[in-house]
Design a protein around this ligand. Sequence first.
Ligand SMILES: Nc1nc2c(ncn2[C@@H]2O[C@H](COP(=O)(O)OP(=O)(O)OP(=O)(O)O)[C@@H](O)[C@H]2O)c(=O)[nH]1
Length: 534
Amino acid sequence: MLCSPEELLQKNQALSNTWQRYQALPSFDSFVELAVSINSFTEFLIDKGITALHHASHQLEQVTLTLFSEDVAHPLPQAALNDLNERVLALGRMANTHATATADLAERRHDPLHPAPHDMPMDQSWLIGHDQSAWADLQAQLGYFGMAAQFITWQQPLPDNAGVAPLLLLDMSSLPEAEWSSRIQTLRQRFVMGQLIGLGVRSDFERMQQALRGGCDSCLLEGTPSHTIVEHILELNERQDQEAYRVLIVEDSKTASHLIRRTLEENQIDTKIVNDPRQTLNALRQFNPDLILMDMYMPNCTGVEAARIIRQHSEFLSTPIVYLSGETNVALQVDAMRLGGDHFLTKPFNPVFLNAIVKSKIERYRALRRTMYNDSLTGLLNHSSGKNTLDMLLSSVAHDGGFLSVVMMDIDHFKQVNDTYGHPVGDQVIRSLSWLLKQRLRKQDIICRYGGEEFLIGLPHTDAENAFAIMNRIRQDFSQIRHPVDDRHFVATASGGIATYPLYQNGDSLIKAADEALYQAKRDGRNRIHADED
Ligand SMILES: Nc1nc2c(ncn2[C@@H]2O[C@H](COP(=O)(O)OP(=O)(O)OP(=O)(O)O)[C@@H](O)[C@H]2O)c(=O)[nH]1
């Protein structure tokens, strides 16, 4: 996913402003500001998947953190100042190059004569190697997922119009090891925003290190099957599409709460502040945070009391609570943790550390939620969360007015797939359909694994005719995907049934009608979509 050039330049400007402020007024406080700004820029670059810039920013962050101590005198020694200055300037130059390239790309994407297909989020894909026939299967599979990769050899130069943020798949096994570093570095420098994936890398430490150090974003080992490579690429796309983290700040001091908000929002974390702890439950319900930052000592109610009240509500039992306090008494901290807390940060907090703690706790919390609400084989919503989400979507569509199409999709003769090739191969077929759905549908659509090989899909603001066109295209492409088994492959097909709101008024009747339409498609011969339009 591309970030807007304005956003990147703004972030970079904020960093160079804090650096200038530090130089004009070198104190511990202005150095803290600088560290926060660098940390924020680094996190931003990780979120946007801008690897090359991230590398430079991360190094700058590391240098800053080694100087982050109240014992270090300010201004810093001249050598350290020069080093920081060079790093900030180099980062600025890279950000400018990057922003210009992104702006060019955005302009081309909005060119009405050459519109980008909606199902191809990456710029372009290239496969660089020696023997194309070795990669024919991978090329075909990528094509069905809408990510066709063009093949060129290591001897051919990539054309000028190779794309600004291309996906580059590098067959490392066909390149002499002595050339790895220079080849990867050259590609990295040219395609700052590209995704570089090394293929066919042997699983020893030195080779992996060489590929990653040169600038590969990731490496896949020798012998990795095509479908695993495709999944890896699809996952890369998906990772960049996460919802922003949300933190509820319960803190009576307006100054402290705004300081925390600023630190977190600099790191793209959404926040909501509650200055009166008695408002916490309301705020939790409205804002649905991933984490609560809780002041220990507030009038009317202590943080520990508030945490105990929160933990009485089953829906907030696992929401992480991090206490903020001037309290350094370890025994009290241990007690506070026993009574429903997850971590303790003492004031004045180190903002870089606060951000790191918050992010790591949220990552774990989200992973836990995924196990509760998502299906483990496909990562899609599971049966009950899919139905609940459909009901919520239906009320919002009913409120705004418009259509909502519900699709039941089911893999044909799936029992035969299992019986012929075995259950694990059957699982792989289920995963392929789920990847295809994720790849093709919009973020606001619902995709749920409803049962074994059955999927429930909700397409808001989509009438039956459009839903048919979208699902029929997915059906066609699914039927082209080759599922590997030993040294052969086979194909599978799927059928679908569609029912649409407002013809059917509630979630259950929509699902029932879509299910009946699905069985009509099965009766009509399978590998087809049937829309209920009675
Ligand atoms: N591999 C695998 N198989 C599953 C899973 N869940 C259910 N199944 C199998 O899916 C098969 C579904 O078969 P049926 O409902 O008879 O339907 P079908 O063979 O697909 O036939 P039609 O739907 O009529 O085209 C059963 O054999 C289940 O055991 C799963 O998670 N993995």
